[in-house]
Each structure stands twice: as C-alpha cells, then as structure tokens.
Design a protein around this ligand. Structure first.
Ligand code: PLP
Length: 364
C-alpha cells in the first residue's frame, strides 16, 4: 500500500462540514422565507443590511448579487468610467481589476510588499496621474491592508477609496474594521469566503447616505419606486434566502475568525523547522483573519507533492497574476514582485472545524 492510501485525506476546504453546523437554523430560515412569499428585496435583506452595517461599523449596507457587482456598483456610484484610472494591487484576485475594466476605466497596478502581500503604500503616489480617480486596496488573504497609510495619500490627492473586503470580513486596521475605512466598500459572500452564503452574494458598505442611495438604485434597474427608473442600473440583488442564511452565519463570524487565527498560529508554531518556507507576516497595525494560510517557498512543487503524499490538499492563490492573464494580454508590463509571489505561494487548508492536530505538522 502506498503512503497516500494509508493516510486519511484532508480536503482543502470542506464547505459541507462548515455549513452543517447551522443545518437546523438554515431549515428554519428556509421555512420562514418560503412561507413569507417574499423572495427579493424583503425583510430578511433589510435586517441583514442593518446587521452587516453594524458589524462593519458603517452607517449603511447595500446587499448585492456578488462581490464583482459590489465593486462595479461602487465604481459606478462614484461616477468612475471611461478615461479614468484606478489604482489596484498587482497581486490580487482578478475581480478587482475586472470591475475597473467593466466600468470602462483603466486599472493601474501597484506592487505589494513582499512580506504582507498587500499593496505597498510607499509605491502608490508614483502611480497617481491627473486621470487617477480612486484606489482599491485589497485585504488579501484575510490581512487588512495599511488603511491608516492609504487614506491620507488618497486625501492628499483627492482620490476615492474603495476597499475590496472580499477576503477579510472582520479584520481591523488601527482597531477599525475593514469595509469601514474607504468611501464605499465592497465585499463578497461567495461560499468559500470567511462569511460565505449558500450561493452567490455580496454587499457594499459606506457611511455616505448619497452613495448608499446610488448603490441601491444601481443594484435594482436604477429604480427606487417600481417602474420608475432614474438611472441605467443592473439587476444585482442579494436574495431573501441568502440574506437569511447570512444573518445566521454573521453571528458566528467573530468566533470563526478566532478559530482561523488559532489554526494559523498552530501552523506557524509547528512549521519553524521548514527553514525554506516563508510563513505569513502580519503588519503591526493590522489584523489577519486568515481567509487563506499562504506559505511562500522557492521549492513549491516539492512542497505540494510531499504534502499531497501525506493526504494534505493545497491550492495556489493565485497561479497567474492579472497582468499575465489572457484577458489582459494587452497589458505589457513587468510586475516582478507580483510575479515572484505567484511563482512561489501555496495555501494550506484552513476552515472552521478542521482538526489540524491530525496533520502531524511537525513531521512535514
Ligand atoms: C472573491 C473575490 C471577489 C469577487 O467576489 P465574487 O462574489 O466571487 O464575485 C473580489 N475580490 C476578491 C479579492 C475576492 O477574493
């Protein structure tokens, strides 16, 4: 028998077990939504929006169809489009770039710090031109970007800030929640995110009444009053069922994030012997809610093969940086830090309920 046959297999993410914890409450929520006869823009969404705004320490929350739409609607609410430039991290999931492209603006990549993998505030100013309208910091892998340094740069140059908070619900910078720093901010409730729905979902958070109203119009055909359309909108609404499920999971988010932090510290403490593995580094002012536990090494293939033989599944976030994707083939630009990161990182399993003590991490 080969080693892989004798070992238990540990999946990268077991969403079934993550969600089974809430089975009884989900069934009750389903029953209640079913019986209500309201499935879109109803009381569950309204309640979730209040609760998620309060969680994010913002005045307003607008539920939308997914994270990409949350970014697109945020950009549109700010009036960003054709001819405008938007600063984005070179190292991010491609949604951040695509949102900018979708509204007709140009993404202008800024390289990350090699230790935190988040956008390097020292490099932002040199990327600003007279066309720049906004910065989209991404709280990548679950670690808050350095918002306390990014906001003053934006203020100095009169730029909007849109946080991409898809991976870091519950993280903080300088004690203040992510999704509450920027002028208007986007998040995703894709099932694998820290706050994941049972389907697609997303939200926008803001302290601006004007921007919240614009976002509400934009998610619903530009309409506030049925059959009266003020602007060209989208159809992108967080539905009642997902809102009801998310309300249940939101109450557990802080505990789930704490568990992720405990798993991360278990990995970090027990992986000291891997001298060629660079473990996650958290910036002093920021917290990390470990959407992903990302390791960097020049011998990535060996590492992945060795772990796989022990039954440990890994993934790469992400194998190809946005500027090297076919979709951005016109982007002829060198971004060596992003490229190095994409060549060297892999992610270890991390989720609520995973038992990492079974992994024999010391033996890796
Ligand atoms: C997941 C994700 C998104 C997009 O969210 P969807 O709901 O999948 O559209 C945007 N930005 C980042 C950084 C993400 O990880």
């Amino acid at each position: 028998m080969s080693l892989s046959e004798t070992k238990a297999s540990f999946p990268f993410l077991d969403l079934k077990s993550v969600n089974e914890r809430f089975k009884k409450q989900f069934y009750e929520a389903f029953e209640s939504v079913l019986q209500s006869g309201k499935y879109i823009l109803g009381p569950e969404l309204e309640a979730f929006e209040k609760e998620y705004a309060s969680y994010s320490e913002t005045e307003f929350c607008v539920g939308v169809g997914n994270g990409l739409d949350a970014l697109i609607i945020s950009l549109k609410a700010l009036g960003i489009g054709e001819g405008d430039e938007v600063i984005v991290p070179s190292n991010t999931y491609i949604a951040t770039w695509m949102a900018v492209t979708h509204v007709g603006a140009t993404p202008v990549p800024v390289e990350p710090r090699i230790d935190t993998y988040n956008i390097n505030p020292d490099l932002i100013e040199q990327a600003i031109t007279n066309k720049t309208k906004a910065i989209i910091p991404v709280h990548l892998y679950g670690q808050a970007a350095e918002m306390h340094r990014i906001m003053p740069i934006a203020e100095k140059h009169n730029l909007w800030v849109i946080e991409d908070n898809a991976q870091a619900q519950g993280a903080t910078c300088g004690g203040k929640k992510t999704g509450g720093w920027g002028h208007i901010n986007a998040t995703s409730f894709y099932p694998g995110k820290n706050l994941g729905a049972l389907g697609d979902g997303g939200a926008i958070t803001t302290n601006s009444k004007v921007l919240a109203r614009k976002a509400k119009l934009l998610r619903n055909y530009g309409s506030e009053q049925k059959y009266y359309n003020e602007v060209i909108g989208l159809n992108s609404r967080l539905d009642e069922l997902q809102a009801a499920f998310l309300r249940i999971k939101l109450r557990h988010l802080d505990k789930d994030n704490q568990e992720r932090q405990q798993i991360a510290s278990y990995y970090s403490q027990n992986l000291n012997h891997k001298s060629d593995w660079v473990l996650p580094v958290t910036e002093k002012q920021c917290t990390h809610v470990y959407h992903l536990f990302v390791v960097r090494t020049q011998s990535r293939e060996e590492a992945i093969t060795q772990l796989s033989s022990r039954g440990i599944s890994t993934m790469i976030h992400y194998p190809i940086p946005p500027h090297k994707q076919q979709a951005y083939k016109n982007f002829k630009i060198n971004l060596p830090i992003a490229e190095k990161i994409h060549d060297e990182v892999f992610s270890l399993p991390i989720w609520s309920g995973i038992n990492v003590s079974e992994f024999d991490v010391n033996q890796w």
